[in-house]
Design a binder for this molecule. Structure first.
Ligand code: HEC
Length: 233
């Protein structure tokens, strides 16, 4: 009995010291939270396990719609081009201005095909303490599924195939800025979407280059005319 009491006291003392040490460490400010300094192995392993288990647990009961629907895939192409390539790249794009500074590194989704349920959950809710935003605040579930459907097709696409599908994609109605994505600028393409949701925002975006998400766009600098396209407004 005495032995048991002694053991209990020892355990309690050790636990108290450990907790005090952890609290002291946190308050000391010693841990470097800078994104250009990587986590130590144990912290990284802990965070990755936390992330993976959380995503698995939260996404396992999501029911997946028909991801082979061509219209859904096409819509997703426009969404992806408008919002995701800076971080997740696209066929023919090896790096971007933002990627070297991101920690954790976003996966290259032109090479890696994520699980549909997990992708849906992550796109909708984002991932804490990473650069992955929660798109659910500004996009409905159907739109998020369109991105998931497109992500199943993206790995293996050539850059020509990618640019072709993005050019045919419907305009993104969620944000004015996104209209520029997936728009072909051949004049004969215009009548095709007359009467669509374009007029409200067309004046400000029609002159923008096809791929707004790409890093370098010297064309837009060299062409001030794109600010006020003639005949539009
Ligand atoms: C500002 C950068 C950034 C943008 C923009 C961004 N993401 Fe992410 N995304 C990340 C990062 C970083 C991760 C990895 C987070 C981690 O590993 O904890 C990630 C993870 C993901 C994953 C999980 C992949 C896996 O491992 O299963 C998916 C799917 C994803 N993003 C899709 C998208 C889509 C679709 C868009 C556009 C609507 C998008 N992301 C826009 C940074 C970004």
């Amino acid at each position: 009995m005495k032995r048991l009491v002694n053991t209990s006291i020892t355990v309690a003392v050790v636990a108290t010291i450990a907790v005090a040490g952890a609290v002291g460490f946190v308050y000391s400010g010693l841990y470097n939270i800078g994104a250009d300094d990587h986590h130590t192995e144990p912290v990284l392993a802990l965070m990755q396990t936390l992330r993976d288990r959380s995503i698995e647990a939260h996404s396992q009961h999501i029911s997946v719609p028909d991801l082979e629907d061509p219209q859904l895939i096409l819509k997703g192409a426009g969404q992806y081009a408008a919002m995701c390539t800076q971080c997740h790249l696209k066929p023919g794009m090896e790096d971007s201005e933002i990627r070297p500074g991101l920690y954790p590194q976003p996966p290259n989704l032109s090479k890696f095909r994520p699980d549909p349920r997990e992708a849906f959950w992550v796109i909708k809710h984002g991932i804490k303490m990473s650069a992955m935003p929660a798109w659910g605040g500004s996009h409905d579930d159907a739109t998020i599924w369109s991105m998931v459907a497109f992500l199943q097709k993206l790995p293996g696409m050539t850059s020509a195939e990618y640019e072709a599908i993005v050019a045919r994609a419907p305009p993104d109605d969620d944000m004015a800025m996104d209209h520029a994505a997936g728009h072909s600028h051949e004049p004969q393409a215009e009548p095709g979407h007359a009467g669509s949701a374009l007029p409200a925002t067309a004046g400000s975006v029609e002159g923008a280059p096809v791929a707004p998400a790409s890093v370098a766009q010297p064309a837009s600098v060299a062409a001030p005319a794109s600010v006020s396209p003639p005949g539009r407004g």
